[in-house]
Design a protein around this ligand. Structure first.
Ligand SMILES: Nc1ncnc2c1ncn2[C@@H]1O[C@H](COP(=O)(O)OP(=O)(O)O)[C@@H](O)[C@H]1O
Ligand SMILES: [Mg+2]
Length: 246
């Protein structure tokens, strides 16, 4: 298993209700897994706990068989994280950001240059690498953040809403890239609220709501097993209801 989450509970300070309320789920190695849920369902909290950015009140997380509390450092070396909020220095160029990220992972300068160079070309940013990231469009920032998170060739890549707020071309390029990265045997976990996209991209999806596991399975299996559902969006609404979340 790439990720095994058991009985996670998390209530933020001053919150009325828990962000995670006994959440358990698993991600198999080599999968593209979609973590889906309405606003406030607990997707980002789950991801931040898996990455070691947020501490759970209760529960355990294992990543590639390692315990997130005891082996946090080893885990951080195996995963690449693209957070919901862009995590780049906007006053630095893309190159400067990648050098910084590469050094944090202890990668040799020549390997940083090689790795960033290949990813810049693959994600269509090679002509913009010397521009300050603050001047990038939303889609360019997201692509640059993906590059920064892959400097150390992680086995597992976790992306929180990587296609939110990006232009159509960037989105197509990002999804294409994720498929390709997955074909190299890497595991991908990503969150989205675009059901059509998740239906096409994911081997399996897990729907969570109000900090709890709701259902998981291959998109087509969920569609087939849920009465009157033709698309993943119907399944999603079937399980999470029609009330609007803020
Ligand atoms: N840093 C925080 N402090 C207090 N409450 C938070 C914080 N982060 C998230 N929450 C709350 O926890 C719940 C789950 O949020 P989140 O994990 O961001 O959900 P999602 O990513 O699925 O939209 C929401 O009710 C949200 O308002
Ligand atoms: Mg979120």
């Amino acid at each position: 298993m790439a990720i095994v989450i058991q009985n996670l509970r998390k209530t933020y300070k001053a919150a009325f209700s828990p962000a995670l309320d006994g959440l358990s789920l698993q991600v198999r190695k080599g999968q593209i897994m979609g973590l889906l849920g309405p606003n406030g369902a607990g997707k980002s909290t789950t991801i931040n706990i898996v990455c070691g950015l947020v501490a759970p009140d209760e529960g355990t997380v294992k990543v590639m068989g390692k315990d997130s509390v005891k082996d946090g450092q080893a885990i951080r070396g195996m995963i690449g994280v693209v957070p919901q909020q862009i995590a780049l220095f906007s006053n630095l160029t893309a190159w400067e950001n990648f050098r910084y990220a590469g050094r944090l992972y202890g990668i040799a300068e020549k390997d940083i240059t090689h790795r960033a160079g290949e990813l810049l070309e693959r994600l269509g940013l090679d002509k913009h690498a010397d521009k300050r990231v603050g001047r990038y469009s939303g889609g360019m920032k997201r692509r640059a953040n993906i590059i920064a998170s892959l400097m150390h060739h992680p086995e597992l890549i976790i992306l929180d809403e990587p296609t939110a707020g990006v232009d159509v071309q960037s989105r197509a390029m990002i999804l294409d890239f994720l498929k390709e990265y997955n074909k190299q045997g890497k595991t991908i976990v990503y969150t989205s609220h675009l059901m059509e996209e998740a239906e096409k991209l994911c081997d399996e999806v897990v729907i969570i709501d109000e900090g709890k596991f709701v259902v998981s399975g291959a998109p087509q299996t969920l569609i087939n097993n849920t009465t009157d559902c033709k698309r993943l969006e119907d399944v999603f609404l079937h399980y999470t209801g029609h009330s609007v979340r803020d």
